[in-house]
Write a protein that binds this ligand. Sequence first.
Ligand SMILES: NC(=O)c1ccc[n+]([C@@H]2O[C@H](COP(=O)([O-])OP(=O)(O)OC[C@H]3O[C@@H](n4cnc5c(N)ncnc54)[C@H](O)[C@@H]3O)[C@@H](O)[C@H]2O)c1
Length: 299
Amino acid sequence: MKELAGKVAVITGGAGGIGKATAGLLAERGMQVVIADIEQKALEAAVGELSDRSLDVFGVVTDVTDFASVCGLRDQALERYGKVHVAFLNAGVAGFGRGQMWELDLKDWEWGLAVNVWGVIHGIKALLPVMIDQQDEGHVVITSSSVGVIAPTPNGGIYNMTKAADLSLAESLYGQLKNMGSLISVSVLVPPGTINTGLFTSNRNRQAHFEPETPRLQQPTLTYDEMLRRMNASGNPRQRVEPVEVAEYVVDGITNSTFWILPDKRHPDVQTNFDAIIKGRSESMLQRTDPMNYMQKAT
Ligand SMILES: NC(=O)c1ccc[n+]([C@@H]2O[C@H](COP(=O)([O-])OP(=O)(O)OC[C@H]3O[C@@H](n4cnc5c(N)ncnc54)[C@H](O)[C@@H]3O)[C@@H](O)[C@H]2O)c1
């Protein structure tokens, strides 16, 4: 999709972080942007801030875990702007209880799957029929993560699994649309490392029905800088990355129709690190060797 002006984007998880930064860039390029998020105050603030810059944005409170809510988002987007050209299925959560996989609370698994996987499925199911019927160019971006695409960490079981599922959804969707000669393309987004967003306080948006039945040990929320410091100390090198840097990748992915939105020369250290892990993982499969050789370090 080379030409963005006059077209319509729907962004889930658009009230903050990567989604909000992308909403800003797409609107600056002349798109009409529907920002969907569960966090009403943050959504109002984001819409207010972007509207004050004379950008054409519209907010819809949406819970991506609820299909009816996502259908409502689609209907409001169509009512407001008439079409949907870009679906950025980006809402996501992290911050589940830590511990051995067999000890994790089932509610943690359910919440992670509900937002990070069902949220994407609901977006595909609600928006793709509309986008296909339009017979116009379109693009779907699904946000995954290096731990779902490049290689997992041993301790991030729930998040890693959901983000691997997001890659799988993106690949199959890409293949099906190509096979039918569709004008809609698909990307999977792998942000360049650990981004300075609200992801690390995701529990602020955890719905009551996903709360664990047994009280869990509350871990202090780390600041972004403290988290980077700990990751670097644990041998998992990370540098500061702001959401707008990721948004630039997303816009490029849409306008160049690239499936893999992976770190490039803009983040050379991350690119080198990820490329080495990709090679290590491929080699491990080809040689049938131990996955500990390529797993990203635990944090
Ligand atoms: N921050 C990182 O380092 C990083 C790295 C790799 C991938 N990601 C992915 O990027 C995506 C965006 O996250 P972010 O880092 O910008 O964090 P963020 O918390 O700033 O943004 C996520 C948004 O999703 C919204 N959300 C949460 N639950 C929702 C629900 N049920 N329905 C609708 N919206 C909901 C939140 O309110 C928030 O605005 C996520 O999918 C995340 O997994 C982030």
